[in-house]
Design a protein. Structure first.
Length: 272
């Protein structure tokens, strides 16, 4: 006997769960940013001191969504993006694009993702206590310095994806629109349910009801109160979102670089 799936768990529901788990990788980036800033800020600040005490745990937790996101993206994008550089002629024959420069930037960013994974895995693994115990302090510190290269490449990777998307927006085929005219009877009137066609193409018999999507009813709003709107109700174009991403990434990584250099300068002044 096979295992019976509960009635409330369906294939679409499982698909939504898997998709949401994959997109949890977007949570890893903010966690990495927290790890970055904790190392660049003054430890004497109370909230920085608290974050520093759990920085190792944050690093370990962030690794799981990072790896999930990386594996899915690598399997989906890397082989085709690598083909852009290894066999460009064959790639361009089947590629759909509007701007070749944007296409190249996007593919370069996706290929760079492999280098990010190679850098991230050792840094993540050595965050576990049982691995760190087998390393001396000097070796561990030298390895952790590679995190600066990881942050720099992560910035280039994220910016490249956004810039490539702006220069080369996604090409989506236009849906085919079939012009249909209602059938007319002898008197020029539309036929009754006897001659109607169902969605499957067969004639609809009299008295037979087909499932047709009804437009949702307007939500009742109390008199005197306007419906509330949030940030999610703001309708902006995809290109505008990409520009916002570029500005925010530049501000985040630019401020981190400034704070990190300022802290290094202060530490050097103390030693002297």
């Amino acid at each position: 006997m096979g295992v019976k799936t509960p009635s409330f768990i369906t294939i679409p529901v499982l698909g939504e769960i898997i998709r949401d788990y994959i997109h949890v990788g977007s949570l890893a980036h903010p966690m990495l940013i927290i790890i970055m800033y904790v190392g660049a800020l003054n430890v004497k600040i109370p909230f920085v001191k608290k974050l520093m005490s759990i920085r190792k745990e944050i690093s370990i937790i962030s690794g799981f969504p990072v790896l999930t996101h990386s594996i899915v993206r690598t399997m989906g994008n890397f082989p085709n993006s690598l083909k852009y550089f290894t066999n460009n002629a064959e790639y361009m024959e089947t590629a759909r694009f509007t701007n070749e420069l944007g296409l190249g930037i996007s593919n370069f960013s996706f290929v760079m993702g492999i280098l990010l994974v190679i850098l991230f895995v050792p840094l993540w693994v050595t965050s576990f206590d049982w691995v760190r115990k087998h390393m001396n302090g000097l070796q561990w510190k030298k390895l952790q310095r590679w995190s600066y290269l990881l942050y720099a490449l992560l910035f280039v990777h994220a910016i490249g994806i956004q810039v490539g998307g702006i220069l080369n927006p996604r090409v989506t085929p236009r849906p085919a629109i079939e012009a249909t005219a209602p059938a007319s009877g002898q008197n020029g009137e539309s036929n009754s349910g006897e001659n109607r066609r169902t969605e499957g193409g067969r004639p609809e018999r009299q008295g037979e009801q087909t499932d047709r999507k009804q437009p949702p009813r307007n939500q009742q709003v109390p008199a005197g109160r306007a419906p509330s709107k949030g940030i999610s109700d703001i309708d902006i174009s995809r290109q505008t979102k990409q520009y916002i991403h570029i500005v925010s990434l530049t501000l985040i990584y630019g401020s981190y670089l400034y704070l990190r250099l300022r802290k290094a300068k202060k530490n050097a002044a103390k030693k002297n």
